[in-house]
Unconditional design. Structure first.
Length: 140
């Protein structure tokens, strides 16, 4: 599990609570399963938000180069609201979200398609080690 306590904040209700070891372990298992599945992907849709504060186009462009260097296809998908239904016609094996990390950490299990964050993509491509995974490493 992670070395530090993990807290969850619900911005709508202003509630903060510490996540139990059991729930941390469950989150890590889900994320590691997603990383393992992403390592088998042949094509990636890299999501770029056009929203101020969530737009990370340079990170997305760098990630696209990394994916392509590994012989896989990468497509940039720019959108205002990151919503799975907006990508129904997009034929990729894995989505990589460079916008709000809450989508991947809080909502990925509700998506029909595989969705990971940039750090997880780098682990799936063997650019980073599994031991380097962290739930708060989204922007690193």
């Amino acid at each position: 599990s992670t070395a530090k306590p993990v807290f969850v904040m619900n911005p709508l209700h202003g509630a903060i609570e510490e996540i139990s070891e059991k729930n941390k372990d469950k989150l890590m298992r889900r994320r590691f399963a997603a990383i393992a599945a992403a390592s088998q992907a042949k094509s990636f849709g890299i999501i770029v938000s056009i929203k101020s504060g969530q737009r990370q186009k340079e990170k997305a462009l760098e990630l696209r180069k990394t994916v392509e260097r590994h012989g896989k296809k990468a497509y940039l998908l720019e959108m205002d609201l990151v919503n799975e239904s907006y990508m129904l016609g997009v034929d990729v094996d894995c989505l990589v979200n460079t916008a709000c990390n809450r989508i991947v950490l809080d909502d990925a299990q509700n998506w029909k398609r595989l969705i990971i964050n940039p750090a997880e993509c780098l682990i799936a491509l063997d650019e980073k080690k599994w031991e380097e995974w962290s739930p708060d490493e989204f922007l690193h």
